[in-house]
Design a protein around this ligand. Structure first.
Ligand code: DAS
Length: 427
């Protein structure tokens, strides 16, 4: 019997037998099978003596589109899908990682969520988050506004992990006086792998929404590599610090807002948090496209900065070194300082942050920082580079330049901590 994608097979080579699910594979020179631990392995066709079908693939019966009956005794959570691995599974027929978005599919993937709340599953986009553009933030904020009008008790946004923290920051700036929690959730491991973190992250986010009076934007991801707890992390002070660990997301220059114990479903707040306000919801959902990030590096030439000037860019975040230095001090590097000055003379706003990630930039400690301050570069204080970029684009999208410059120095959504407690670091 010929093996087809999705079948459970045994691949027999002269040295070993490998068992798993046969994956479709364009390359004809290898056989790809997905092992039970979720990893895919390739076996050279030439080495395979036989492929034995253990069990034929049974396509899942297409889920009915019937509405899931709403339980009026339960809160309702809207789950907005944007893609990434959180709401996806491997479709063995197509071979792709496909998104599965209907309420029914979603609840079938994470049945535990149904016990917590009614789920309204909404497809916003189906994309990997490295491709996010500002118009995607608008789509998400429009979906949030609609969910608020539908009077849901909270929103979970399923999102790819790579730029999840930037989207969280963006949505945090867009909404003032959000009346409900909006929790972004990602997954480092796809849902078809035994080690997936998707379910635990989702359940913890849902438990947090229904059990607390937190409002505003937050992130819910694993606290450590085990499955026993998740952290609710601050929307403007979180960074993905590891490519694959399930606890990759850490608060930077800040603390996690809360811990959700997955076993006991208990919630422990770790710091003060935003509560519901009676003020009217304000939405400012524009972003200026012509804003960039330039990372400083040894032997830097002014070409990148000059290009921003020529292209009429309105803002740049300069990710400098240490406490906020750029290669501008020796005579060979004066060209960089001149380029920054030229950019600003053309009307651009420049903000300096640090490549150290933790800590804060200081504009007066070294002559180099004073050089930048004296030409009008704005201190990013302890802001993450990515958050400073999102904030600058959002300010320039919604405010006049002078007001944008002023607000860049003010703490609006927890993105600036005037005084670090000193213990915010990785340990
Ligand atoms: N490509 C990654 C992304 O969409 C997949 C993931 O981590 O969810 O951010």
């Amino acid at each position: 019997m010929t093996a087809k994608p999705g079948d459970r097979v045994k691949v027999i080579t002269k040295d070993e037998i490998k068992e798993g699910i046969l994956m479709p594979n364009e390359e004809t020179d290898s056989i790809i099978i997905k092992l039970d631990n979720g990893y895919n392995i390739g076996i050279d066709n030439k080495k395979a003596k036989e492929i034995k079908v253990i069990e034929k693939y049974k396509a899942k019966e297409t889920t009915s589109k019937k509405e899931i009956k709403k339980d009026n005794k339960k809160p309702t959570i809207s789950i907005l899908h944007t893609g990434g691995t959180i709401a996806s599974k491997v479709d063995y027929e197509s071979g792709g990682v496909v998104a599965s978005f209907s309420d029914e599919d979603f609840v079938n993937m994470f049945p535990e969520v149904k016990k917590i709340a009614n789920i309204k599953s909404i497809l916003v986009s189906n994309m990997m988050s490295e491709d996010m553009r500002f118009f995607h933030y608008k789509k998400m904020s429009d979906s949030i506004v609609k969910a608020i009008k539908d009077k849901v008790d909270g929103i979970i946004i399923g999102h790819g992990t790579d730029t999840l923290a930037l989207t969280a920051a963006a949505l945090s700036f867009v909404f003032e006086n959000l009346p409900i929690p909006v929790i972004l959730v990602g997954s480092q491991r796809s849902t078809d792998r035994g080690s997936t973190d998707a379910g635990v992250n989702l359940i913890c986010a849902a438990e947090f929404i229904i059990k607390t009076d937190f409002i505003g934007v937050g992130i819910c991801m694993h606290e450590n590599t085990s499955d026993n707890s998740c952290l609710i992390l601050p929307a403007t002070k979180t960074k993905k610090l590891h490519t694959s660990r399930r606890d990759a997301f850490k608060a930077v220059n800040d603390k996690a807002i809360a811990r959700v114990n997955y076993e006991t479903k208990k919630i422990e707040f770790l710091k003060k948090y935003e509560k519901k306000s009676k003020e009217k919801l304000i939405i400012r959902d524009k972003f200026e496209d012509k804003v960039a990030i330039i990372k400083s590096y040894p032997n830097m030439f002014p070409d990148l900065i000059d290009t921003l000037t020529q292209k009429g860019y309105k803002g740049v975040v300069l990710e400098g070194t240490g406490i906020g230095l750029m290669p501008t001090n020796i005579k060979e590097n004066k060209m960089n300082l001149d380029a920054i000055k030229k950019f600003m003379d053309s009307g651009g706003i420049a903000v300096i942050t640090s490549n150290c990630i933790f800590g804060r930039v200081h504009k007066d400690i070294y002559s180099g920082t004073r050089l930048l301050k004296n030409i009008g570069v704005i201190s990013g204080q302890d802001m993450l580079t990515e958050t400073a970029f999102i904030k600058l684009a959002w300010l320039l999208g919604n405010f006049k330049k002078e007001e944008a410059k002023e607000l860049m120095t003010k703490n609006l959504k927890g993105e600036i901590n005037e005084r670090l407690l000193g213990d915010e670091f990785l340990d």
